[in-house]
Design a protein around this ligand. Structure first.
Ligand code: SME
Length: 160
């Protein structure tokens, strides 16, 4: 399957500016819920063509949904399941061009067609994942991955 529909270019998002906004938003605050909530809102409104942006936190056993923007989502995801589970388990960013092609994808919002999930790890400890869904196939490119990994790092660094 090919994806020739790319309505947004990587250049459309100023990730350096967005990370600067994220740093300003989180400055002096270390509360995990507050920072995840504000980052979800910041990124959701800054990126074109996303239908879900948010956090899952690891409770020591599985991933539990945290602050997000978008439609209500699956509450608990075992590490052995889904794209989020894979990101948490392998501690590597998962970029899925076509979620319909991934048998293990957990469909929370039927509109979702592509997804990127960045693991959140601090001092070797799994905190959770930062998850974005798009209704557009192949929405997330290399620049998106680098930019979103930087924002995820800003979040992790805010948790003192
Ligand atoms: N699609 C994810 C589940 C979370 S929702 O996208 C918000 C997955 O397969 O893990």
């Amino acid at each position: 399957m090919s994806f020739d529909v790319t309505p947004t270019t990587d250049a459309a998002v100023d990730y350096a500016g967005l990370d600067a906004s994220a740093r300003a938003l989180l400055d002096g605050e270390s509360d995990r819920v507050a920072n995840a909530a504000n980052l979800s809102a910041l990124v959701y409104h800054a990126l074109p063509h996303v239908n879900w942006v948010g956090f899952y936190f690891f409770d020591g056993d599985e991933l539990v949904v945290g602050p997000f923007q978008g439609k209500p989502a699956c509450v608990r995801i075992p590490l052995v399941r889904g794209v989020c589970g894979a990101a948490a388990r392998t501690r590597t960013t998962q970029r899925i061009a076509d979620v319909h092609a991934v048998a293990d994808h957990i469909a929370c919002d039927a509109d979702s067609r592509s997804e990127i999930v960045v693991p959140l790890v601090r001092d070797g400890e799994l905190i959770g994942v930062f998850d974005l869904d798009s209704p557009v196939p192949n929405r997330f490119g290399d620049d998106d991955q680098a930019g979103l990994e930087a924002i995820a790092a800003t979040f992790v660094a805010s948790l003192r």
